[in-house]
Design a protein around this ligand. Sequence first.
Ligand code: BG6
Length: 484
Amino acid sequence: MVSRVIPVEPFDLVIFGATGDLSTRKILPGLYRRDLAGQLPEEARIVGAARSPFDDEGWRAEIRKALEEHVPEGKLDPQAMERFLARNSYVAVDARGEDGWAALAAKMRPGAVQAYYFSVGPSLFGDLAERLNLHGMNTDNCRIVVEKPFGHDLTSARDLNATLACHFDEHQIYRIDHYLGKETVQNLMAVRFGNMLFEPLWNAQYVDHIQITVAETVGVAGRGGYYDKSGAMRDMVQNHMMQLLCLIAMEPPYAFDPDAVRDEKLKVIRALDPVRLSDIVRGQYEAGNGHASYLADVENPHSRTECFIAIKAHVSSWRWKGTPFYLRTGKRLRARTSEIAIIFKDPPHSLFGEQEGQKSNVLVIRLQPNEGIKLKVTIKEPGPGGMRLIEVPLDMSFAEALGPGAEDIPDAYERLIMDVIRGNQTLFMRGDEVEAAWAWTDPIIAAWEAREDRPHPYDPGSSGPEDALMLMHRDGRRWREVKP
Ligand code: BG6
């Protein structure tokens, strides 16, 4: 595969919360990999900012450790490592006080793109935004990057948006949903809008239903404090899953332009029907396979928070009326696999009589692992013996189709940070989108909180609770198997 790496403009990137987990696990390794790929210009500088006292040398030693831990060995090139470390420096900053701000401001070079990554809890967003302004760092060429969770509900998301809006314009605010940076997620748009083949069939007339699955094998141990207050609905559905749904359901935007794409996604969110309680199944994993139960992981024996959720959703639009979208996500499931499956309707008349081999066409977009796209079609089984039908996949695994190098797909964070530097907001959520998503999930969460029932237990390593299967069975459908 010939990879085209276009260097970005010179930039100063400040990472607030630089010593934290996201920064050392994703942001810094991601930047190193982009540097290794030749995408960072000579004049790119990265400034770590946090409370701990480090001098530049001490901070570089920390980065070296982080890279050795989080970058695969084959990618640890000594020369590239030295070059990357030399770009990095550190300023101890007190987000709520005055310490460090003047020193930070002095590091910013006029003329370079300035990006401020808020890799901190949302409670600090306002303080950081205010101080950046106060110290003259909100320049024409500056932008801020904020992470999820973007609020806990509609009210808190509105408050956060309002706080940021006091100091920055919407075109300067980059709200990250890392699912939008995944290669196959973007490919979904290329497949839909770069081909004539699919779009005419992409509607309720031809599509029976859609399944979106994000299955994980990990539990929540180690982050139980956060997770138990959040649950799968806030942690995965309100953001990642809804973004996937939007990309599937949206109308073609007039251009691959940030506002054109985000306008279309917003329309989908607004067209989502309220969900009936009977169309939702929540679950919690039990102990097994050497793992503790959800309740033990979050150290809360009475928790009613779900770590599995399955939802049947409807988009009330001309295009989708009558086609259900089934969403499912959970922890400690059988395999780590994320996919979107478009299940097409059966042909109106079966020329060949009832045959077991004739199955509905399915278009599967695999997000991870083994990124790729597969179309299942019916053909004649080769050989004599009459017209016997079988289902075969037209399989386009990126690794196979695109040759060596294709498996080396940049991590979502790498791509998104480069988009921040380029000033391209297409893959970032706009404030009104986030609010609309909360407006849909809030009543679902409130209805659950008003009840007393508990999530359904499920075995670790399974596909989730039995009741989730029923959600489909009662409609005469079935989930696709959760497999690697
Ligand atoms: C995060 C959630 O946003 O996404 C985690 O907070 C989840 O709970 C993770 O595990 C999944 O991301 P990925 O890229 O591993 O599928």
